[in-house]
Write a protein of this length. Structure first.
Length: 425
């Protein structure tokens, strides 16, 4: 939206041409108008019809409609408010955790596979899979966002069947958030972004043997680091612990009209989540953007993959890979615009005693736990991912949704179309 694009049109008609087909050798124009087709590629041991994908989709939607899933012995298991989303997630991202792989198939991943072979479904052109077939490259293809918009929509369909959170689920009696603001080089409540040019060593990733180092220079988005300041009044008379949940969302739609809350909540971006002791009385909580629970440091996003220790599949290799999980920190904030893109900052303090998960959290690389969880442990929050925006609410506007333990602040993201070299100011 900062680039004057509309929201993504979901890809939900598997018989329709994909208008923005992407073929790396030819760029965006390469395979415009491709339709996914029945796959028969013995060389990849893949033989599956598009109708199978449609059958899985129908069964998944039926599970949402019935609020229950069919098990392999043909009995049904209800989806509960506590674990329903996990059951559906495990059907969608098919693995041994799926309750019925034979029946519900492998919808999300096979969508990628169908699209990635749409240019050569029967291998007659001896082509390999396209970028959608590998999670390292899928985001290059515009259809990635259309496919995921549809996956999101399916889950939202399930969430829309749940009762909106009542005040007892949202409020934290005795805890009042009187204000939230951000400060940084742009001043109060103005975030600043620009381009940054970096150099990465690529020689290890090439399939020819270079004589020396191969340095690639690339330009990417970067933001100036900032600080949240949150004023919290604890009137409960005792010290307590709060979970701080920080989000940002656009204010207007593509036409510049105010977003309805139902649309805005689905555009909420989680920026951070952390727990913090709250003394009786007034508390000023400060938090640095670099501490975000959704991101990993720049250095880890671009680290040398050849440094992976141990053999493939070993504990050391798995630990290395887990440490690579997390949103790239340089992309924490949306790009913004030169004029200053209007957004709303949201913070909520929920009761940590209701949120916490009892477990020992040994291990490293827990700094992006919001998106990645903790390795070999339970997800470290009893509330659903995206809480409190994971389900529809009755409110017409964000302001009507707020309970006293929440606060918002109108902010802008100001983008400067200039490039600075990494490591220099
Ligand atoms: Cu995907």
């Amino acid at each position: 939206m900062c680039n004057n694009l509309g929201r993504v049109t979901r890809y939900n008609d598997f018989r329709a041409p994909i208008a923005e087909g992407y073929f790396p050798q030819a760029g965006l124009a390469g395979s415009r108008g491709t339709v996914i087709r029945d796959l028969d590629r013995p060389v990849d041991q893949i033989r599956i019809d598009v109708s199978e994908l449609e059958t899985w989709r129908e069964r998944f939607l039926q599970a949402i409609e019935n609020n229950s899933v069919v098990l392999p012995n043909n009995s049904t298991m209800p989806l509960t408010e506590e674990t329903g989303i996990d059951v559906l997630g495990n059907l969608m991202e098919s693995s041994i955790l799926s309750r019925n792989r034979g029946y519900y198939g492998d919808l999300h991943n096979m969508g990628h596979v169908f699209i990635s072979y749409s240019h050569d479904p029967d291998h007659r052109h001896l082509e390999q899979f396209g970028v959608m077939g590998d999670s390292a490259t899928a985001m290059r293809d515009p259809v990635f966002y259309r496919w995921h918009a549809y996956i999101d929509d399916i889950f939202n369909l399930y969430k829309s069947k749940l009762t909106p959170y009542a005040n007892d689920k949202l409020d934290f009696p005795g805890i009042r958030v009187s204000s939230v603001e951000v400060s940084g080089p742009g001043g109060a409540n103005t975030w600043t972004t620009q381009w940054e040019q970096s150099t990465v060593e690529l020689s290890r990733g090439l399939d020819f043997t270079p004589r020396g180092s191969v340095l690639a220079r690339f330009t990417h988005l970067q933001h100036d680091e900032f600080t949240y300041t949150i004023e919290v009044n604890n009137t409960s008379g005792a010290a307590t612990m709060g979970t701080f949940r920080v989000f940002v969302a656009p204010v207007n739609d593509e036409r510049g009209q105010p977003l309805r809350f139902e649309d805005q909540r689905r555009l909420m971006i989680e920026l951070d989540k952390f727990s913090q002791p709250l003394n009786p009385g007034a508390n000023t909580v400060r938090r640095q953007s670099s501490e975000s629970s959704v991101t990993i440091p720049y250095e880890r996003t671009f680290r040398d993959q050849a440094a992976r220790p141990g053999d493939a599949g070993s504990a050391a290799a798995a630990e290395f890979d887990f440490c690579g999980c997390g949103w790239p920190h340089h992309m924490l904030l949306p790009k913004g615009t030169a004029m200053g893109y209007p957004v709303v900052l949201f913070v909520m303090v929920s009761n940590w005693n209701d949120d916490r998960v009892q477990q020992d959290t040994v291990g490293s690389c827990n700094d992006a736990a919001s998106y990645c969880g903790i390795r070999d442990r339970r997800y470290p929050d009893r509330r659903p991912m995206g809480f409190p925006f994971d389900r529809p609410a009755g409110a017409a506007a964000l302001q009507d949704f707020l309970t006293p333990n929440m606060a918002t602040r109108a902010c802008t993201i100001r983008f400067t179309d200039a490039t600075r070299l990494r490591g220099q100011r």
